[in-house]
Ligand binder design. Structure first.
Ligand code: FDA
Length: 349
């Protein structure tokens, strides 16, 4: 902790925090912390990666991005819900958002998580909530992407999407290139709009590749396979090496640009969002919003612990790169929060 305190308060360009992926994944899985983190507010830095706290503020973010030629997918933050009343409240918020997107005529679709809509409570309850959202969105010609979460929920999520896709054209889902099963399962969804990602959860080697090389190779393989078909694909990565390889393939194979888009998360590599849009590619920014930011934020730190640099630099330095007035207080707050998190996680085990 002292070391962390030192790193947080020292004046310098590079603040390296040597934390591991597993550490942040463990934190992201703590339901207790997930439920309570919002009490600490956005002050620990999550606001850089969250596009608004409510429907109206996220719509303003969408309008700003649309003005730059970027389309958006919006995610009402929240997962691992285990009370029906909370799932129903989340569903109602999403239904209201669909109405507002339609009224404002913005270029925006939605990404939803089934654990928010009751997957851990009751399969049929979740199915009905999801179908209600998809039907409402269809009335307004809005697409709904069902995000894929951890492997424990994988089969049930695909089953729900597969069933709904039989009767609704405006639903799609995600495939994670770290899963051995990804290609076989993807082939079941040939006519469905899909997003390809590497995968954000910690999965065992029984089900998932562990090496970056294998995950990257499979990502390229899945994307190329989709691009040779006729159904729309979202290529979701911040990895410039993969993007360059895919761009090369698109050029060589003369792939129609209307058959795919690149996607990245709000707040990450923002210069590349505009860059790809300016090059004439369809580009879509994934914007999480709301106050249930904890699990999402921790997974982003797990993927790339250096992301903590962005947060801390913003907290400690002003726009002229001068240290802010009370860095010790901010650093103390961050350390206290992290210590609490570690202690609580240990107690949970
Ligand atoms: P990764 O984190 O593997 O980084 C690869 C390389 O890219 C780095 O070594 C570095 O060189 C460069 N790089 C990456 N980020 C950088 C940064 N911020 N600054 C500088 N360089 C950087 N997952 C899931 O399981 N289910 C889902 O439904 C989704 N949905 C989803 C939507 C969208 C739009 C995105 C972008 C991602 C998801 N994910 C997801 C998350 C996804 O599975 C994955 O965990 C993250 O995108 C991280 O992997 P990347 O491919 O972005 O690069």
């Amino acid at each position: 902790m002292l070391l962390l305190m030192y790193m947080l308060t020292m004046k310098g360009e590079h603040i390296m925090v040597n934390v591991t992926r597993d550490f942040f994944i463990a934190l992201s899985n703590s339901e207790f912390l997930n439920k309570n983190a919002k009490k600490y507010g956005f002050n620990l830095g999550a606001e850089q990666f969250v596009g608004g706290t409510d429907t109206e503020s996220v719509l303003n973010t969408v309008k700003e991005l649309n003005a730059k030629g970027i389309s958006c997918t919006v995610d009402n933050l929240g997962e691992f819900v285990n009370k029906k009343s909370e799932s129903t409240a989340a569903k109602n918020k999403i239904l209201q958002l669909i109405e507002r997107i339609s009224e404002e005529q913005v270029d925006c679709h939605l990404s939803i998580k089934l654990t928010q809509l009751g997957l851990d409570i009751d399969y049929n309850f979740c199915y009905e909530n999801t179908e209600e959202i998809i039907k409402k969105a269809a009335e307004h010609d809005i697409f709904i992407n069902v995000d894929i979460e951890d492997y424990a929920r994988y089969d049930q999520t695909l089953d729900i999407v597969e069933e709904l896709a039989k009767t609704h054209k405006n639903v799609g889902t995600v495939f994670q290139s770290y899963l051995y099963r990804a290609e076989a399962d993807m082939d079941r969804f040939k006519d469905v709009r899909l997003r390809i990602v590497k995968g954000a959860y910690k999965e065992s080697d029984f089900v998932a590749y562990q090496s970056d090389k294998m995950i990257d190779e499979n990502f390229i393989h899945l994307v190329k396979k989709r691009l040779k078909g006729n159904t729309f694909t979202s290529i979701a990565t911040h990895d410039h090496k993969l993007i360059n390889e895919i761009k090369q393939f698109i050029k060589e194979e003369n792939i129609d640009k209307d058959l795919f888009e690149f996607q990245m998360l709000y707040g990450f590599r923002t210069e590349m969002h505009e860059g790809l849009a300016n090059e004439g590619y369809h580009f879509c920014t994934y914007i999480p919003f709301g106050d249930e930011w904890y699990g999402y934020f921790m997974r982003r730190l797990a993927e790339r612990p250096q992301n903590i640099n962005l947060v801390l630099k913003d907290k400690l330095y002003d726009e002229n790169n001068q240290i802010k007035k009370k860095p010790l207080i901010i650093a103390g707050t961050a350390v206290a929060a992290l210590s609490t998190a570690v202690l609580l996680c240990r107690r949970k085990k």
